[in-house]
Write a protein that binds this ligand. Structure first.
Ligand code: APR
Ligand code: ZN
Ligand code: ZN
Length: 361
């Protein structure tokens, strides 16, 4: 059996997305069918549309989602119809070298649904990040579903599925921000602001947000930045040193993905400080720095992958903090939109007008 629902398709490289009928199979062994309630619009969806990820068109876009399990396939025991879940794109195997060494976010054998969603003519769709959630119902692997507090607002907690988790995790999991730390964040988009929120949750004393756009800096203050710097007007490295008693920050998070800002992040850290790269660079980008500037200064240069998160551990905890009013996920929802308006949401994202547009179904 299968069902026909409406979903957002990216038909070919650089072509605008369109709504189409998608045929979704009933869940097979290990799979779950999820009725989508909300899905955030992420840069990665646009990258798929532009052909920047791979050429497996047509794509079914969307991957930052929350919804209700409608049915589960054979052998699925920890999930049932009616469960409220946040979807993740790292359903880990638990058996590979990375999983066994306690770094499941680098699992080599992550699970996705085995069956394919198709167009009515049988064309197989490639779901974005193995999810595909700009759709009324999607088919995923059961391990891609994490049960969370069912009274939470889907449009806020769905954002944990990608960008917000990446930023929160860059601060908490990768950067290891702890009580009393000084933290600087380069780039105050959705990811950087989530890193700021993470630093606040972890008890950082000073949190400096750096951006070139004053609208972004206002959002950063709302999410917990104690200081903000417009890098167009002020040298951010000097400003960060000034805000940290001349030392530089204990943890510096780069949430843009550019060599210039990575270099600034590097020089804005204190002795033995940590730099975390969470912004995504392009393949052509290069970095050249005197090795001596690293020698004798200790610390760590790290990168963060999906916030180094374990969804089954992190999502329920962060949803509880949200429910208690200690993590403001609502602040990331700049606007709600519909499946018909994804192109307009891409434009607003590109123009820096939103932290997140969230499709509500
Ligand atoms: N200095 C400071 N801030 C800058 C600079 C700069 N030179 N250049 C750009 N920015 C700011 C932008 O103004 C913007 O607010 O960086 C921010 C980047 O945020 P977004 O474009 O909203 O992207 P976001 O969704 O936060 O993702 C950040 O992580 O997931 C990746 O692909 C994504 O690489 C991107 C990064
Ligand atoms: Zn594994
Ligand atoms: Zn994403």
């Amino acid at each position: 059996m299968s069902q026909e629902v409406r979903g957002v398709i990216a038909p070919g490289k650089g072509q605008p997305v369109r709504l189409d009928t998608v045929v979704v199979p009933d869940p097979g062994p290990g799979e779950a069918l999820v009725k989508i309630q909300s899905c955030g619009v992420c840069h990665t969806d646009l990258h798929y549309r532009e052909g920047g990820i791979n050429d497996d068109f047509p794509f079914l876009l969307g991957h930052e989602a929350a919804g209700i399990v409608e049915a589960v396939g054979e052998g699925v025991e920890d999930l049932a119809a009616g469960d409220f879940v946040v979807l993740n794109w790292r359903a880990v195997c638990g058996k590979c070298r990375a999983c066994l060494r306690g770094r499941p976010w680098y699992c080599f054998n992550t699970h996705n649904a085995t069956q394919k969603m198709t167009l009515k003519d049988g064309t197989v769709l490639s779901p974005a990040l193995g999810i595909g959630a700009f759709i009324e119902k999607t088919l995923v692997h059961s391990g891609q579903c994490t049960k969370v507090d069912p009274t939470a607002d889907p449009k806020a907690v769905g954002l944990l599925g990608c960008g917000v988790m990446a930023g929160l995790g860059a601060a908490i999991n990768t950067g290891g921000v702890t009580r009393g730390d000084t933290v600087a964040v380069f780039g105050c988009g959705g990811v950087g602001d989530a890193a700021i929120a993470g630093a606040r949750l972890a008890g950082a004393r000073t949190i400096i947000g750096v951006d070139v756009d004053d609208r972004k800096l206002a959002w950063a203050r709302k999410l917990g930045a104690t200081h903000t710097v417009n890098a167009k007007q002020t040298d951010p490295v000097e400003a960060i040193r000034e805000a940290t008693g001349g030392f530089g920050a204990d943890v510096v998070i780069e949430a843009i993905g550019r060599p210039e800002t990575y270099e600034q992040a590097f020089y804005a850290r204190d002795l033995a400080g940590t730099v975390v790269l969470v912004g995504v660079p392009t393949p052509d980008m290069r970095l050249e720095m005197p090795l001596l500037d690293f020698f004798g200064r200790g610390g760590a240069l790290k990168s963060s992958w999906y916030g180094d998160c374990l969804p089954s551990r992190d999502f329920p905890m962060l949803v509880d903090l949200y429910q208690q009013g200690r993590l403001d996920l609502d602040a990331f929802v700049s606007e709600t939109t519909t499946l018909d308006d994804i192109e307009a949401a891409f434009e607003k994202m590109h123009a820096g007008e939103v932290l997140r547009s969230v499709v509500v179904l």
